[in-house]
Design a protein around this ligand. Structure first.
Ligand code: GDP
Ligand code: MN
Length: 392
């Protein structure tokens, strides 16, 4: 689950990381009020920065990050940003913060390195730029350090990271931030905590001349599979920005991942779903999705799964593979019959149901003239052939 910058910054602040103060505004008037507090309040900011809160990168380039020097200007800029769409997403909120006087920008992120089974810290002295661009053009410019699963990021590792990034003058702060990113990953079961830019900013210290290291931007994604451990994180979900299919799948307790192929798959059990995808590929097809309807699925959930699959216009054939245990074959068959009645377009379907109440399921499917298969291999082959036939 992706969360907005403002929520990500709240998590960083809770872990003691240096994040400049900010407010969230939903209207130009609210933005004006927030700017007014920052410009004329205790901090006496000379400018404010107003930033679109949308769950995509590159807001700066798209014109979604702007500075303002007066209340009027802040309202005006907020009005413009709140009227924008960035990469197709309408901006509904802005973040208002005192504008930082940036001396240098760095990149620092903690990511889950699944291959190494460790948290990986990646840093680059080329902040502000998207890390993929740096990785493509100058991979040697990215510094990488793995945290220990038990000991976390050790001080010496963090110090080495700081020196390699050229942040030796901000050693203490860099060590604290690097370790804080790893802590943030662990505390909230995040799979990404990205600070871009991590900025050296002027002022802030006594006399205003000192340089400081601060997290100017924050991007955090939370591991969906661990969300049950953090019920309070649900409040950070942004319903506006979730793909409709994902929201629908979640409502029905269906694990659904959209893929690029043409064979829609409806399976019960994650392992069986992956096996089914493998066999579709072996039969010469490409799966259009991963879909696990879970255990004990009733007819209604089957019908919802069918709608999700058919919503993808690329789907040319559907393969249903059910191994009845807790899930009853006849329930699934009834769900399929119901779903086909509501089907808005004609797509070939091949059904394999074995296990609990399979005979009953077979009778129902036969009476409804469904194409069935006895083995998974046969089902995959038939589905791929049906997809090819639909193209001819
Ligand atoms: P992103 O483009 O979506 O990653 O949004 P960022 O928050 O990273 O902002 C993009 C760029 O805007 C940064 O790399 C900075 O150069 C600039 N920027 C962001 N905040 C400030 C600020 O407080 N002061 C100044 N001068 N520039 C800022
Ligand atoms: Mn950024």
């Amino acid at each position: 689950m992706k969360i907005q910058e403002a929520d990500a910054k709240k998590l960083l602040l809770a872990q003691g990381l240096p994040v400049p103060p900010y407010e969230v505004a939903r209207s130009p008037a609210e933005a004006r009020a927030a700017a007014s507090r920052l410009l004329h309040g205790a901090g006496h900011a000379s400018q404010v920065v107003i930033k679109a809160q949308v769950l995509v990168g590159g807001r700066g380039k798209a014109g979604g990050v702007k500075l303002a020097s007066t209340d009027d200007e802040a309202e005006h800029v907020a009005d413009a940003i709140l009227g924008m769409s960035i990469k197709g997403i309408p901006v509904r909120k802005v973040l208002v913060a005192p504008a930082a006087d940036i001396a240098r920008e760095y990149y620092l992120a903690a990511v889950l390195d699944r291959a190494a089974r460790r948290i990986l810290l990646m840093g680059s002295a080329e902040g502000g730029v998207e890390i993929e661009e740096v990785a493509a053009a100058r991979p040697e410019a990215i510094v990488r350090v793995h945290a220990d699963p038990l000991l976390g990021l050790r001080d010496w590792q963090a110090r080495e990271l700081a020196f390699r990034l050229g942040l030796g003058a901000h050693l203490k702060a860099t060590v604290a931030i690097a370790k804080g990113l790893v802590r943030t990953m662990q505390a909230y079961d995040a799979d990404l905590v990205e600070i871009n830019p991590l900025a050296v900013v002027r002022g802030g210290g006594p006399g205003g001349a000192e340089e400081q290291l601060v997290c100017l931007d924050a991007k955090v994604t939370l591991d969906d599979s661990a969300l049950y451990r953090h019920p309070d994180h649900e409040a950070m979900r942004d319903p506006d920005e979730e793909a409709p299919a994902d929201a629908e799948a979640r409502r029905h307790d269906i694990s659904f991942i959209h893929l690029d192929g043409t064979i829609g798959c409806m399976v019960n059990g994650a392992g069986l779903a992956m096996t089914t995808m493998d066999l579709v590929k072996r039969a010469g097809g490409e799966p259009a999705n991963f879909l696990d309807i879970g255990g004990g699925a009733k007819a209604e959930r089957v019908a919802a799964a069918m709608r999700l699959i058919l919503d993808e216009p690329k789907v040319e054939a559907i393969l249903v593979n059910i191994f009845g245990g807790i899930t009853r074959g006849d329930e699934v068959a009834n769900g399929l019959i119901e779903a086909r009645r509501m089907q808005t377009r004609d797509v070939a379907m091949v059904v394999r149901i074995v296990g609990t109440n399979a005979e009953e399921a077979a009778r129902l499917l036969e009476a409804a003239h469904f194409e069935t298969a006895a083995s998974l291999d046969e089902a995959a082959t038939k589905a791929v052939a049906a997809a090819q036939a639909s193209r001819a």
